[in-house]
Design a protein around this ligand. Structure first.
Ligand SMILES: *Cc1c(COP(=O)(O)O)cnc(C)c1O
Length: 364
């Protein structure tokens, strides 16, 4: 049937599939599938959100100036190089739409954040998925993949869904090998919960180079995923482009004061990071003790490898967790793994107990 016709490259796109939230026959499942931070947001952020109710007939501040100032103060950054978005997905998407189109190439890792391939497809550009190395990005593989058509290189550091990270020296090496015409996107969604000493999110490279952007989010360790607030730090030329293409009121009115209160509450963040590390270590140790292959994580989730065949495979483990009301993330690209977000103490203990039962139990 004739009718309006979208770009042909969009017609055969697969839509983004978010983490499951429901299980048939279970009334209140525990959702550990989207890397949300169950420790919760700063109580000051929640109060600021509630206090904004009376202002909802107003448009929010168009340039998120107060939020940018708060981020700049807390992180010691130049406010003029900060741009805010409706989650960092907003900014990642705008970057692809601004810098790539049909005939251009966008490089990312084979196991990496889904938004890069999806939005690359949306603009009709060609995605180049470089195989990972030790679960992180393979810098040499990425440099080998660069051509004169390359417009963007995405590195999620730490990586989602693997949880692995690259030390800063590797990011420097990548940048040194890239032509100046390629925009290097350092997606640091999990920066706040990294505890490795040789990690940096990327601000100093942004200040030194003219082709680097670092993206950050309030969705993970600040525990405000529902508000959709993200930000980026970039060179003035890139900030200028983003300010032209973004929607004028892209950060919602309650999101701005809530994020300001969240970023200022450094004590709350530190407590949340400590909780996250304690349980990341405990889950890693507890699941490794079962003979499972847990990828070393710097994030708020763990990627767990199961035997590739036989009764104790990832699909059966997922069924066992699901039957008991626990939703974790099964990834089509990694059929022998499950990605498990860190939950409350009680939920984490239950995950270990359920998987212990599964690994010790008779096959189903
Ligand atoms: C969660 C996540 C994001 C962004 O989330 P927003 O909620 O859009 O800010 C970006 N990159 C990676 C790798 C993520 O895991």
């Amino acid at each position: 049937m004739a009718g309006p016709k979208a770009h042909e490259w969009i017609a055969d796109m697969a839509p983004y599939v978010p983490g499951k939230a429901k299980v048939d026959g279970v009334s209140n499942p525990v959702k550990l599938s989207s890397n949300e931070c169950v420790y919760g947001a700063s109580p000051k952020a929640l109060k600021a959100f509630e206090a904004s109710v009376g202002d909802l007939l107003r448009y929010p501040e168009a340039d998120s100036a107060q939020l940018r100032r708060a981020i700049g103060d807390v992180y010691g950054l130049d406010v003029d190089r900060i741009v805010c978005g409706a989650g960092s997905d907003d900014i990642l998407t705008l970057l692809i739409h601004s810098y790539a189109g049909p005939g251009d190439e966008v490089i990312y890792s084979q196991y990496g954040f889904m938004v890069y391939p999806v939005q690359t497809k949306a603009v009709g550009a060609t995605g180049i998925a470089v195989p990972n190395k030790n679960w992180g990005a393979d810098i040499d593989g990425i440099l080998d993949a660069v051509t004169n058509k390359t417009k963007l290189v995405f590195i999620d550091n730490p990586n989602n869904p693997t949880g692995a990270y690259l030390p800063w020296s590797e990011i420097e090496r990548l940048h040194a090998g890239l032509p100046d015409s390629v925009l290097l996107v350092l997606d640091a969604a999990y920066a706040e919960c990294v505890t490795a000493a040789d990690y940096k999110a990327g601000e100093d490279l942004v200040e030194r180079a003219n082709n680097v952007i670092m993206t950050r989010t309030f969705s993970k360790m600040y525990a405000l995923a529902g508000l959709r607030v993200g930000w980026a730090y970039a060179t003035p030329g890139v900030i200028d482009i983003l300010n032209r293409v973004r929607m004028p009121f892209n950060v919602c009115l309650p999101g701005q004061p809530a994020a300001i209160a969240a970023v200022k509450d450094t004590d709350h963040l530190a407590a949340s990071v400590a909780f996250n590390k304690e349980w990341r270590d405990a889950l890693t140790a507890g699941l490794s003790a079962l003979g499972l292959d847990v990828v070393e994580s710097q994030t708020n989730f763990v990627l767990v490898g199961f035997p590739t065949d036989g009764p104790f495979d990832a699909a059966s483990a997922n069924t066992h967790l699901m039957k008991n009301g626990y939703i974790v993330r099964a990834l089509p690209s990694l059929p022998h793994h499950l990605r498990i977000s860190i939950g409350t103490a009680e939920q984490n203990r239950a995950v270990i107990a359920l998987l212990t039962e599964f690994m010790n139990g008779s096959p189903e």
